[in-house]
Write a protein that binds this ligand. Structure first.
Ligand code: MLT
Ligand code: MN
Ligand code: ZN
Length: 314
């Protein structure tokens, strides 16, 4: 089973359109520094692929990934659907770019579906263009199709809601909802999940967590049993949003555990047997500069930074 890394940047991308920080200016001067919004493409079967998160860069990401190109019939696409880790705008705005299809599967937890339907009104807005086929995402590892070697399971990470969904009522499990599948709704912790992608043939798995506000025990257990672990590398240090001058809260307060420091994720990753990588880099992250000394720190810990276009075969 093949996984392609389609992007590795946090919301805004690198460079971000309205930003002249060292990372964004560096990316304008050196195209090799550029990073698209964090996303994966994962193969479910021959000629059948899913995106993990739908970013504002989706159209360009499809063009850059040969496996996602349409054909041989003029309107035949290998893209069957989108699997969502959360309802953040950088991970969901791309769904609107898929409106040229007849129908598309959206695999999401109950809170994420609720936010997209009642916060973004995605059902009302997109249904006149394309059918959204909602499928549940929960902790059980489920095959995406009977004949598919790919199984997908969610590991709840945190109850952090997108800002636009702060005031939404909690999803009501008992309320009749035409768009909701008949299924048990996951709890509030399923606002943000990590995805476990398992190749049922090889038994190998990849754990993908682009937004880590916390490191719950269940996530640690999932990481210990995965072969590849790709996690939130938004900020190098906890005070980076403050010292860069762009924020008034720490990384942790913004819902992103930092890489470095006592509560950081680097040492946890270094202790795993899996191949470990960072994604979702914010443009303030010093790792955007390939010559930054922070790369040596990670190298010594045996932790990598994912690159746009990277291929991982499970
Ligand atoms: C996040 O990762 O915290 C969000 O995507 C922030 C945002 O882009 O608004
Ligand atoms: Mn984000
Ligand atoms: Zn910037």
């Amino acid at each position: 089973m093949r996984v392609r890394v389609l992007g590795t940047a946090a919301g805004g991308g690198v460079p971000q359109w309205n930003c002249a920080c060292p990372g964004c200016s560096g990316a304008r001067a050196h195209p090799g520094w550029r990073r698209r919004h964090a996303s994966l493409a994962v193969q479910a079967a021959e000629g059948r692929w899913y995106l993990v998160n739908a970013t504002p860069d989706l159209g360009e990401q499809v063009e850059d990934c040969p496996e996602l190109h349409p054909g041989p019939e003029p309107r035949r696409t290998p893209l069957a659907g989108v699997i969502l880790t959360d309802a953040e705008l950088d991970h969901t705005l791309g769904i609107a770019r898929l409106r040229e299809v007849d129908g598309i599967e959206i695999v999401a937890t109950a809170p994420v579906r609720h936010a997209l339907l009642t916060g973004l009104h995605l059902g009302e807005v997109l249904t006149p263009y394309a059918r959204l086929d909602w499928r549940p995402l929960d902790p059980g590892d489920r095959p995406l199709a009977e004949d598919s070697p790919l199984a997908v399971g969610a590991v709840p990470v945190s109850a952090k809601r997108p800002r636009y969904a702060a005031g939404l009522d909690a999803p009501d499990d008992d309320a009749p909802d035409e768009d909701a599948p008949d299924d048990d709704a996951p709890d509030e912790d399923a606002w943000v999940v990590a995805l476990r992608l398992t190749d049922r043939t090889s038994g190998r798995s990849l754990l993908y967590a682009p937004a880590l506000a916390a490191w719950p025990d269940a996530f640690q257990r999932a990481a210990e049993s995965a072969d590849h672990v790709i996690v939130d590398g938004t900020f190098w240090s906890d005070d980076e949003p403050l010292t860069s001058g762009f924020g008034s809260r720490t990384a942790t307060a913004m819902g992103h555990l930092p890489i470095d420091g006592p509560g950081g994720t680097a040492r946890r990753l270094a202790a795993l047997e899996a191949r470990t990588l960072y994604t979702h880099l914010n443009n303030t992250n010093p790792l955007n500069d390939p010559a930054a000394p922070q790369h040596t720190v990670l190298w010594e810990l045996g932790v990598e930074v994912a690159a746009d276009g990277m291929v991982i075969d499970l």
